[in-house]
Every structure is written in C-alpha cells, then in structure tokens.
Write a protein that binds this ligand. Structure first.
Ligand SMILES: Cc1cc2nc3c(=O)[nH]c(=O)nc-3n(C[C@H](O)[C@H](O)[C@H](O)COP(=O)(O)OP(=O)(O)OC[C@H]3O[C@@H](n4cnc5c(N)ncnc54)[C@H](O)[C@@H]3O)c2cc1C
Length: 400
C-alpha cells in the first residue's frame, strides 16, 4: 500500500477503538487512515477481553460488523457470584429490562473489523509506528510516522489517538491531569482447550484469592487466578494452576472443574487510570489511550467502543452540518461514562480480591457486600445494570 500523506481523520492504533472508529466513519463517507505499529498477525492474535456489553453488540451489529458475532457469539443472561462455599446467580434480563452480554473474544472483533476495512480498500497501514503528533492547535495537525524504514508525515483535520496505554498520543496533550490506582495483585490468565465447566461466568471470592471462570467458545475456556503483582509464570506449573483453580471454585456439595491443555498464559497487572481531558484542539483520545480499568468489571473493550461511538457521531455532525457541539462535549461526555465504569470496576475488584495481609475487618465487609448482592434485588440490579452496560448514545445516528 502507498504511504498516505493526507486524510480527514488520522487514527493511531488498530486495536478495537481505532478499528471501530475507522469503520464507523468510513461507512458515513469520512476518510480515515489507520496507522498500526505492529503486524496484522500480532494484532489479530493478542489475547485480551471477551465480554461485550449490549451497547457494544448493538453498535457492531447496526454498523454491519455483527455477522460472525451473531453466528459465534454466546449470549449470557447472568453471572454467578461464588463465596462461602455457595453459588448465587445474578439474572441480567429480569433485572435490566431484557439486557444481556455476549461472550465473543476481542481477537474476533478485531479480525472482523480488519476484514471489513480491507474489503473497502480504506487505508490500514501495519508496521507504521506513529512517532509524534504536532499542530493540534491548528486546522491541519500532523502525525509523523515510520513505515518501511522511512519517516512520513500524515496531515489531517483531526487526530484520534487510539493507541492504547503505551501509545504516544496522550503525550501530545498539554496540561493533562492523570488519576491512578495500582492494585497489590495481578491476574494469571490462561486459555485452555477444554469445554467450559459452567454455562455462565463464575466470579469466585476465596480466602486464597479471587478466581474467574470465563470462556471464549463452547470448546475454549478462559480462566484467571489472583496472584501477587509481577508474579513469575515459572512458579506456576499446569498442575499447580488447575489445583488452585479447583480449590478456589470448590463449593459445598461438590463441583467439577474440567481441565485441558493450556494454550496461552500471561500475568496482567491491575490498574485504574484516567487522563483528563480527553481532547485538546484537534487531538482526541479514545480507549486505553485515555483510561484503564482493572478487568474485573469487563469494561475495557466496552469503554473503548463507547468512546469511539461518541466521537464518530460528533465528527459526523461536524463534517455534515458544521455542528461543533458534539466535539466540544466529547471529553466531558466520555469521562462521565469512564468514571462510572471506573467506579464499578473498582467496586467489583475490591469486593472480590483478597489484599496481601488482609485485615479481617475488610474480609467481613467483602462478605457482607457479597451476601447483600446475592439477597437484595436492588443490590443485584445495580450490579447487573453496570455489568450489561448503560445505553450507548449515538448509535442510531451513525448507523441510520
Ligand atoms: C492482558 C489483558 C487482558 C484484558 N482483559 C480484559 C477483559 O477481560 N475485559 C475487558 O473489557 N477488557 C480487558 N482488557 C482491556 C481491553 O483489552 C482493552 O481495554 C482494549 O484492548 C482497549 O482497546 P484500545 O483499542 O483502546 O487499545 P489497544 O487494544 O491497546 O490497541 C491500541 C493499538 O495501538 C497500537 N499502537 C500503540 N502505539 C502505537 C504507535 N505509536 N503507533 C501506531 N500504533 C500504535 C497498538 O499496537 C495497538 O494495536 C484486557 C487487557 C489486557 C492487556
């Protein structure tokens, strides 16, 4: 592909945020260039999130990116909270007016969006590393990038930095303020070739620490164990991982965890992080470039989708009608949703994890909250409403 030098919206990063933004804008006639520092195979294989909120499914489906998702995604109508040797189901549709979540791996969302973009011929340049963003106070900002061993400059109307937590976009934002919380534990995550031992996700609180049973497909399980920060994977043989998972998921009366070959493993630190504002001049941040949540609330990918839905609808109004109000309100509107998700992710994380040398008082509070959530319809409804996600504005306008 020829190296592009001019476009309307320059998008840095081909993760879910950048790809979805490019897809939503291209289908409404707005030109975009997506620059991605890694190769296609790497981007398509990177194991990460797997739970799509109702609003994320709605926007993918309504924008024509839901065909494989509808065939292969697994609708989940609830989760189980497991603690004190018992399981308690939270039913989503009855508590949220019929809403639910869908299990469909981030890798598949990314593959679908890449395939759609390549079909249209819209520029998506792999192995193109953005180096810096300049001119954001002018009407022709520029992204300098390296591709094919040379440096190039992409001039545009607007830059969307969708380049994740370690990207360069955030650095170009002057006077940004950051808020951060690093948790004293990590998640050891595995992918295993074994049918899930449950129909819905299990969130387990156990004296040894948190465990999560999730899945990717009817044949592939995704499981997590709370471990100390920066835990060395070498300390965890396959047998030790399966034994510890079985211990943390055990319930009175017995429950069997099926095991199988582990095909992928990794340790993920737990962090909350927000940058404010998410816009300066012609530079807009979206997704992990602006905020990180611990994965306990399954919000990271969904927040990325919500940001770019909001941004795409604001850009559409600007290009079509000359209306700047959406762009002016983008940062505040996105941050409202971000902080709601930050609070929910913090709530789920603090309720379910065992801090190192945990104070017994804290443990009693966690159990009180878990029992309350299991017994009170109001508490369960609050968890369910946040888990399935608040409605996503802007979808109808973008997909009309
Ligand atoms: C191990 C792990 C597990 C997770 N599990 C969950 C989960 O269970 N549930 C959940 O909801 N979320 C989870 N998340 C979070 C979720 O994956 C992210 O929130 C989501 O990927 C955000 O999408 P994004 O497009 O904003 O950023 P990213 O997916 O990080 O994409 C950013 C892209 O920008 C590219 N890039 C970076 N710098 C440059 C540059 N200079 N030039 C060009 N390109 C660049 C990167 O290569 C990348 O492709 C997890 C994250 C990790 C790391």
């Amino acid at each position: 592909m020829a190296t592009p030098h001019r476009t309307q919206v320059a998008i840095i990063g081909a993760g879910p945020a950048g790809l979805l933004l490019g897809h939503l804008l291209q289908r409404r006639g707005i030109d975009t260039v997506v620059l991605e520092s890694r190769g296609r195979a790497y981007v398509e294989r990177r194991q990460r999130a797997g739970i799509l909120e109702q609003g994320t499914v709605d926007v993918l489906r309504a924008s024509g990116a839901g065909e494989r998702l509808d065939r292969r995604g697994l609708r989940h109508d609830g989760i189980e909270l497991r603690f004190d040797g018992e399981g308690h189901r939270i039913d989503f549709p009855s508590l949220t007016g019929g809403r639910s979540v869908t299990v469909y791996a981030q890798t598949e969302v990314v593959k679908d969006l890449i395939a759609l973009r390549l079909e249209t011929g819209a520029p998506l340049v792999f192995e193109a590393e953005a180096l810096d963003v300049t001119g954001i106070d002018t009407d022709a900002p520029q992204v300098r990038y390296r591709h094919g061993g040379r440096e190039h400059v992409l001039t545009c109307d607007v830059v969307a930095a969708c380049d994740g937590f370690h990207g360069i976009g955030r650095r170009a934002l002057p006077n940004a303020r950051t808020f951060e919380r690093v948790y004293p534990y990590s998640w050891l995550g595995i992918l295993a070739d074994v049918a899930p031992s449950c129909d819905e996700l299990i969130y387990a609180h156990h004296p040894n620490g948190f465990a999560l049973h999730s899945m990717r497909t009817p044949e592939i399980s995704r499981l997590y164990l709370q471990v100390p920060p920066d835990e060395d994977l070498a300390n965890w043989s396959d047998a030790r991982i399966w034994d510890e998972l079985a211990t943390r998921f055990a319930i009175d009366g017995g429950w069997k965890l099926d095991t199988g070959p582990i095909t992928d493993r990794g340790v993920t630190p737990m962090r909350s992080f927000v940058t404010e504002p998410m816009r300066h001049g012609r530079l807009f941040l979206a997704g992990d470039a602006a905020h990180i949540v611990p994965p306990t609330g399954a919000k990271g990918l969904n927040l990325a989708a919500a940001d770019v839905t909001l941004l795409a609808s604001a850009l559409l109004r600007w290009y079509r009608d000359g209306d700047e109000t959406g762009l002016d309100g983008y940062s505040a509107d996105a941050l409202n949703r971000v902080w709601r998700a930050e609070q929910f992710s913090y709530f789920m994380t603090s309720m379910l994890h065992v801090a190192p040398e945990q104070d017994p008082f804290e443990l009693k509070l966690q159990l009180a909250q878990l029992h309350y959530t299991a017994r009170s319809e109001a508490a369960a409804a609050s968890l369910a409403e946040n888990y399935v996600g608040l409605p996503l504005p802007g979808v109808a306008e973008l997909t009309a």
